[in-house]
Design a protein around this ligand. Structure first.
Ligand SMILES: [Zn+2]
Length: 107
């Protein structure tokens, strides 16, 4: 698992929460089984315009640039393993170069 330089693991008092780390480790495991190393491009963000799980340590983005069509399968495997509370977004105009994974405790 690698992280984009400058990525934020905490903002002020708020840090990436354990459930997000768990999901990243699982994502890394799945990526490895496809022959890729997980490259996390975004964790926490300081300035978010609208509400974002990136502001609360409950989301990460996984780069898909080198994965081609495998990214669809990886996203689907994530959906299989991460059910309760997780949402995995990939393939829409805003999520073509990365898989967005978020945990919403209210879901
Ligand atoms: Zn995201």
């Amino acid at each position: 698992m690698r992280f984009k330089p400058g990525i934020l693991f905490s903002v002020g008092e708020v840090s990436v929460v354990p459930v997000t780390w768990k999901a990243m480790r699982l994502c890394d495991f799945i990526c490895t089984s496809y022959g890729y190393e997980l490259y996390v491009t975004s964790l926490m963000r300081k300035k978010v315009r609208k509400f974002s799980f990136h502001a609360t340590g409950l989301a990460f983005d996984a780069r898909t640039r080198k994965m081609g069509a495998d990214a669809w399968d990886i996203a689907n495997e994530l959906r299989e393993y991460l059910k309760d509370g997780f949402q995995i977004i990939y393939g829409d105009p805003k999520h073509r170069d990365h898989i967005h994974v978020e945990f919403d405790p209210k879901r």
